[in-house]
Design a protein around this ligand. Sequence first.
Ligand SMILES: Nc1ncnc2c1ncn2[C@@H]1O[C@H](COP(=O)(O)OP(=O)(O)OP(=O)(O)O)[C@@H](O)[C@H]1O
Ligand SMILES: [Mg+2]
Length: 283
Amino acid sequence: MIDQADKLRKLMQERYQQRSKVLAVISGKGGVGKSNISINLALALQQLHHKVTLIDGDLGMGNLEVLLGKPASKSIVDLFESKLLVEDVLEWGPGSLPFLAGGTGLTDLIHLDQDKMTHFGEQINRLGYLNDYLIIDLGAGISENSYGLMLAADEVIVVTTPEPTAITDAYSTIKYMRNKGHRQPLHLIINKAESKAEGERTAANLSTVTKRFLHVDLRLLGILPEDNHVMKAVKAQKPFLLMSPRAQISKEVRKVAGSLSGSLGEQPSPNRFVNQLKSWFLR
Ligand SMILES: Nc1ncnc2c1ncn2[C@@H]1O[C@H](COP(=O)(O)OP(=O)(O)OP(=O)(O)O)[C@@H](O)[C@H]1O
Ligand SMILES: [Mg+2]
C-alpha cells in the first residue's frame, strides 16, 4: 500500500516537473490565419512526438471547434464558471488533438472574482504539467482579456500577411505590448505570402521598424504561402496538415514546428501562468 502511494507520488512529481511551453498566437488584423496556424502547428508538433493541447483564447468569438469539425459540449468558460477539472472540459479534434473550445457567455475576465481566476489558472497550469506545449489562439487585436492571457504565455507568435493594413496593425499591436511592458520573446510568421521573396521583404520591413522605434527583436519563425489547400480544408472542417500533408503550406508548417521544437529550452516556474494571470486581472 505504502509502495503504491510512493509510486503515485513519484509519478506525480515527474509530471509536475515536466515543463511545458505556452505559446500565444496573435495578430493585429483579423483573418490573417491565426486559427489555422494554431491548429496545424499544434498537429505538426504532435507529429514530432510532443504532447500538445490547443486552447481557444478568442473569448466569445472562438471558432476552433468549427475549424476542427468537432462541436464541443464543454469549453474554456466551464473552467471559470464551474469547478470542473481541465480533463473534464477537454475535447478531442482530428489527429487526437486535445483542445479547449472557446465557448460563449463569458466575454469579460476583468470582473471575475479571485476564486474563479485562481481555479482557471490552476487548471491551465495543470494542463501545462501534462504537455510539452500549450498553444493559445487569441483574437485579433488586443483587449484587456487577450492581453492577460498573452502575458501568461512564455512566447508570443505574431501573425501577419504582406498586406500593408495587416502589417501596420501588427506594428500597433507590438507597440501596445511594448508600452504595457511586455518582455517575452516575440516570433513572427508571415502568412499568405505570394512568394518567399515577398514574405522575406515583409518580415524585414516589420522587423526593421519594430527594432528602430520599439527596440523589439522579432524572430522570423516562418513564411507560409498563400495556398488554396487552406480554404479547401476550412470548408471540409479538417486541418490542412492532415487533409493535404504534401501541400507546400503543410511542408512549411512542419518546418516551423521543427524550429520551435529545436528551441524547447528554458522553461517557466510551475506557477508562472497562474501568477501572471492574477497579477494582470486582479491588479
Ligand atoms: N496560407 C493561406 N492561404 C490561403 N488562404 C488562407 C491561408 N491562411 C488563411 N487563409 C484563409 O483565411 C481565412 C481566415 O483564416 P483564420 O480563420 O485562420 O484567420 P484568423 O486570423 O484566425 O481570423 P480571426 O481574426 O477571425 O480569428 C481562412 O478561412 C482561409 O480561407
Ligand atoms: Mg481565429
